[in-house]
Each structure stands twice: as structure tokens, then as C-alpha cells.
Design a protein around this ligand. Sequence first.
Ligand code: GDP
Ligand code: IMO
Ligand code: MG
Length: 423
Amino acid sequence: MQKIDVILGLQWGDEGKGKIVDYLAEQYDIVARFQGGPNAGHTLKFDGKKYVLHTIPSGIFRSGLINVIGNGVVLDPVVFQRELQSLRESGFEFEDRLLLSRKAHLIIPTHRLLDAASEAAKGKAKIGSTLKGIGPTYMDKTGRNGLRLGDILAPNFKDLYHALKTKHLELLKIYPAIEFDLDAAEKAWFESLDSLRQLTFVDSEYYINDALNKGKKILAEGAQGSMLDVDFGTYPFVTSSNTITAGVCTGLGVAPQRIGRVIGITKAYCTRVGGGPFPSEQDNNIGERLREEGQEFGSTTGRARRCGWIDLPQLKYTILLNGVTELCMTKIDVLNIFEEIQAATHYQYDGQTTDRLPFDMCQTDVHPILKSFKGWHSSLADVRKRADLPQAAQQFILELEKELGVPFSMISTGPEREKLLVD
Ligand code: GDP
Ligand code: IMO
Ligand code: MG
């Protein structure tokens, strides 16, 4: 039975999923996004140019490859139109290679307004949302009020839109008013629907299963990271979708036995953007050096990312949740500058030392136990295979493999497509 392979982030997002999907896409017929929306920012670098994708799958730059936006995704037509436009300006053709699920939910302007009002009302306790309307849109989906892509073709679409917007305006009354030009946002939103109508809508659950039955190779591309999963992440500092492997089943309509390779990506250290717990965070000079060397600024919002050491209890947890079959380490080159590097191996909380996560990381005082590793303090620019990495880097990777119980099949040594050691 042909299976679908999965790539996803094992930390709090921005692990380098876009780069790895773009690299691997060549080996596939179809790349499909299964959750999230324009809160994602996936960066690709090749031929000396940099591209950032938000809703469009990272297989779009590989000619001939089909890209599917699945039912589990939430789509903002305005952001989407902008992405399409920048692809066109870069000279890429994609019109017949980009398929959209009719069942994907639409982000409407008042979803963004609700997101902003809800965050503003939370004050210091805010989630640090990207303010793209993600939470309110998934709330409408599960609350059974949402609008779906297929609805834009319905003759009464304007009425459906109006009914939802009216509900939102009522809801907004519970929040202090915030500045938001709704008229302008609505105008842009309706105009952007035209570019959506020109693309192909599919019943993606049939499309994906038919393709698998024909032996096509499919790669599912995750957004965010497992620690932002709405069920298992650092709740409530999470996003509103299931970012883990299980999300592939619900977000594309494939059965669990159809899941093949699960490639889990981790940075060689750890970052998070927005609020919430981060046990191995280095809110100090080390964190600043990681941020500067790793250029840790958000691809979607430009915010500075919080930085810290790699966290093994956290990774063990997300490897377990996802059924990871192989690991990929990105940004190992960022550690070149350190004489000594560290990894959290255990947590201490409630009088115990453990490698398990507490029920609620937000309410528990978690102290990470750090182990030191020798740095390699040299450039990896000319390294072409894992065996040629400096001894200290090989030792670091081996130690992580031993602890995590899963092999690293790819080591990324730079943002460019070709900077990847594949064993
Ligand atoms: P994604 O959301 O998981 O796709 O990751 P982002 O694109 O938000 O953030 C990853 C950043 O790291 C991007 O700027 C990439 O160009 C960059 N990047 C990816 N892999 C590497 C790597 O191995 N080394 C370095 N230095 N940068 C990398
Ligand atoms: P990619 O796919 C990093 C974070 C936000 C915030 C929380 C909730 O590029 O890895 P939301 O807008 O979903 O309501 O925000 O989740 N977040 C991300 N952090 N990478 C992402 O995506 C993220 N998408 C959301 O910063 O803390
Ligand atoms: Mg990102």
C-alpha cells in the first residue's frame, strides 16, 4: 500500500520545515499542507534568492509537482493572493499545479479583528498570536459556524458572509474597542476572492487517496511545531490546530495506516516566538548570540525569537506523539561560534528529576538539567557528508541519537537548498 510521508516540526515552530520540504520535494509527486494557515512562514533559499511561503506548500518551486492545500488549513484570501502575486513576479508558473480543498476554512476580516481584540484584552497574559485570525477561524470551524472555500461558489455566499460577520460584531462587544479599518479590509477581502476562483478546487480527500492508490508519492508538510499543538503543546500558549502526525489524517482525509515515514525536524538548539513556557530558554548573552548568529527573527511577524539550548525531554515527548521514524537537525552551523554547547537532558519539578513533561508547564516551575558538550568552533561550510563533520559535532549528534532513540537522516548546515548532509 502506498503511504504518505510526513515532515513536521518537533519544537515551537520555525525548525526549517520549508527548506527541508523544498529539498525533498524533488522525490515526490505531490506536497500537501494539512493544517495551520498564514501564521506559518516557511523560508526557502536557492539560486541566491530567498522566498517565504505562508499558505502555499513548499513544493511549489519544483516544476511539475502538484501542491495541495488540504481541508485542515485555514486560508486568508488576501494573504494568499499576495503570495500568488509574488510567485508570478518571480517568474514561477503554478496555476495548474496548485489545488485547494473545498473544505478548507476561510479567514474573514472580522476573524483577524477578533484575534486582535482578544489578544489586546489579555494584556500581559497574551498568547503572542501572529494576529492572522487563526484562533477565531478554528473556533468557528469547531463551533460549526465557519465558511469554507467551496462556499464562495454558492449563490448566497454574500448572505453567509454577512451572517458570520454580524455574529462577530456582536461578539466583539465583549472586548474593549481596538483600531481596525474593517471597510478597507472587507473591500480587499472580496477583491481577493477573484484570484481564488481562478484556481482549481478539489475534494482533497478523494484526490489524495486516489493519488495514493495510483502509486503517487505524497509528502505532507506540517506548519508550526508539535509544542504548539492545541492538545499536547504548552496550552494555552499554542496555536489552534493539531500540528502532530494525527493532524495529517484529519487535515487531508487519509487513514492512520496510510502514514509512512515521519520526519521530525529539530534545530540544533531551540527557539520560540510569542509567550509561554520554554524551560531551556537562555534569556542572557547565550540567547542573544544564538539569535544573532541564527538570525532568529520571525518569517511572518519579524519578531525576535526567544532562544535556548536543545531540550531532550521536550523532543522525546514530541517524537512519541508523532511516531517519528527519522530525525533531521537544522542550523547546526549556528553552534559553530560556541566553545561549549549544552542540552537539557532532564527536568526538575515537584521534587523529582524526570524526562517527562508536567501536566501544565505554565503552572509548574520547571528547572532544566543541562549537560555540556565540547564545541567544534570551526566552519562547516565545506562539509559535504556527516562523516566529515568535526569530531565534536559528530559526538553531539551521536549522543542525541542515543538519548532520543531515533537516527538523524539529515543534517542541515546552512539555509541554502544544497547545504544538507544526507546519509
Ligand atoms: P519553518 O517555519 O520551519 O519553515 O522555518 P522558518 O523559515 O520560519 O525559519 C527557519 C530559518 O532558518 C529560515 O530563515 C531558514 O532560511 C533558516 N535555515 C534553515 N536551515 C538552516 C540551517 O541549516 N542553517 C542556517 N544557518 N539557517 C537555516
Ligand atoms: P511555522 O510554520 C513559530 C506561534 C505564535 C504564538 C502562537 C499562537 O513558520 O513554524 P497563532 O497565530 O497561531 O494564534 O499564534 O503560535 N506560532 C508560530 N511560531 N512558527 C510558526 O509557524 C508559528 N505559528 C504560530 O507566535 O505564540
Ligand atoms: Mg516559520
